[in-house]
Structure formats: structure tokens, C-alpha cells
Design a protein around this ligand. Structure first.
Ligand code: SF4
Length: 246
């Protein structure tokens, strides 16, 4: 099953649960007070309609159809609220949370790509996870990416090169706490975050006031060890945020 099908299945289960709850509430409450029952029905039906409209928009965005930027923004806020429930339902029914997280990150990225920016490269931060560094390399790139000797064994060398040539700030973060500190200290206008689905989701949820473009790292050796990133994806994100081609 594709990511979007799993997302749709989880939303379908959520709507079904809401429908059953409404039926049960009506069965027990309708005899007590009609106003109370009417109130519950109105709330649940409105909730179901909002979820269904949001799901239609989500489907269109994921399928690359044209969606108005304001509608994308409202939809992303709705999905952000529903996200913990939908991912809980997905994992309860044996689906991977990562697939639901991928939908969330794609919605975030598509919304950002529906806007226009022309930031200076110096105002952009690229946050990369420590597991991009070759595991056997002992150089302390978390303190300063310029400590990299650019031996070519991992992507850190290419990212250090981008730091020099394009002037974007590149930081290697060992976790969410350090990533947050880097953002507070540097006050960027935009962030390009490279990470796995879980870390990107929490990062995007944490940073609300500036655009955060998520780029998935590749994990040919399994999670958290010798991961890598496609530098073309990073350049594409920088080009979009600066309005210049790199
Ligand atoms: S590219 Fe840099 S960080 Fe990566 S292994 Fe070589 S020296 Fe170490």
C-alpha cells in the first residue's frame, strides 16, 4: 500500500470511529435531552466534514494537483492537529508511522514551495544529522563543519563546500535539543532540515515561525549510521529559498 493509501485508510478509520461514537452517544443520550443530542451531532458531523475536506485537499497536494496556497496553509494546520491521532490509528492497525509522517512532511514542503522567497544565503541554515558523518571519522564536525578534511567518504565534505561557496550556514546537530539551540542562537529566516521522518516531523512541529523545508536522509545501512543525503535536493532547496540557481 502506498503512503497516501495508508493515510486515507487511517483517516477512514478515524471517521468510522467518530460515526460509531456519535451513534453510541445518541443511543444513550437522546432520551435524556434532545438539545444535548443535537449539540453532539452537530459537533461530530462538523468534525467529520472538516476531516473529509482536509483529506481531499491532502490527496490533491500529494498527487501534485493545483491547490491554492491559502487552502494548503489551512489544511496543513488541520493535519497538524489531527496528525497524532492519525499516526496512532495507523500504528494500531499495523501501518508504519513513518509513512504517515512522510505525508505530513510532503504537505509542509508543498505549502512552502507554493510561496515565493528571496532570502540571502546567510539567513538560511542547513541542519544535518550527525549520522551523515562517516562512522569511523573522528573529526569533530559538530563543533565546526570546517574541521572536515573533505576526504570524500561522506556528504559532510560537500556540505562544507556549500558553506564556503554559497555562504549558507551548515550545522551538524546531534539531536533535537542542539538543533533548537542552533536555531535560537543563529535566528535564521529559513531552515533546510535533513533527517529521518521522525526527526523531521518533530522539527517542523517545533519551528512554527519560519519556513522549514524537510529533506529525507537516505539510510542504506539502516537507521542512524552512515546515512547520506542527495546534495542536488539541498541545492534545489537553497535555490528555491534564495530565488537564485545554485
Ligand atoms: S568527508 Fe569529512 S567528515 Fe566525512 S569522513 Fe571525510 S573528513 Fe570525515
Amino acid at each position: 500500500m502506498t503512503d497516501i493509501k495508508k493515510y486515507l485508510t487511517s483517516v477512514g478509520i478515524l471517521v468510522l470511529i467518530l460515526g460509531i461514537l456519535m451513534g453510541v452517544a445518541n443511543f444513550f443520550i437522546i432520551s435524556l435531552t434532545q438539545i444535548f443530542s443535537l449539540g453532539i451531532n452537530t459537533v461530530v458531523i462538523s468534525l467529520i466534514l472538516i476531516i473529509l475536506c482536509s483529506t481531499i485537499v491532502t490527496y490533491r497536494v500529494i498527487k501534485g494537483k493545483n491547490v491554492n496556497s491559502n487552502i494548503m496553509k489551512i489544511n496543513f494546520k488541520i493535519v497538524s492537529v489531527l496528525f497524532p491521532i492519525i499516526s496512532f490509528i495507523a500504528s494500531s492497525f499495523g501501518m508504519s508511522k513513518s509513512e504517515i509522517r512522510r505525508i505530513y512532511i510532503k504537505l509542509n514542503n508543498e505549502y512552502i514551495y507554493s510561496n515565493k522567497y528571496n532570502f540571502n544565503p546567510e539567513d538560511i541554515i542547513i541542519l544535518i544529522p550527525h549520522c551523515i558523518q562517516e562512522n569511523s571519522c573522528k573529526l569533530k564536525v559538530t563543533n565546526d563543519i570546517d574541521n572536515c578534511k573533505k576526504c570524500g567518504k561522506c556528504n559532510i565534505g560537500e556540505l562544507a563546500e556549500l558553506n564556503k561557496s554559497v555562504k549558507v550556514k551548515v550545522f551538524v546537530a546531534t539531536g533535537g535539543t542542539l538543533a533548537r539551540k542552533i536555531i535560537i542562537d543563529n535566528k535564521p529566516k529559513a531552515v533546510i532540515a535533513v533527517a529521518c521522518e521522525r526527526d523531521l516531523t518533530s522539527g517542523i512541529q517545533d519551528i512554527k515561525k519560519i519556513p522549514v523545508l524537510g529533506v529525507f536522509n537516505k539510510r542504506p545501512n539502516g537507521p542512524c549510521i552512515n546515512t547520506n543525503v542527495d546534495i542536488v535536493d539541498i541545492k534545489k532547496a537553497i535555490s528555491f529559498l534564495t530565488g537564485k540557481v545554485y
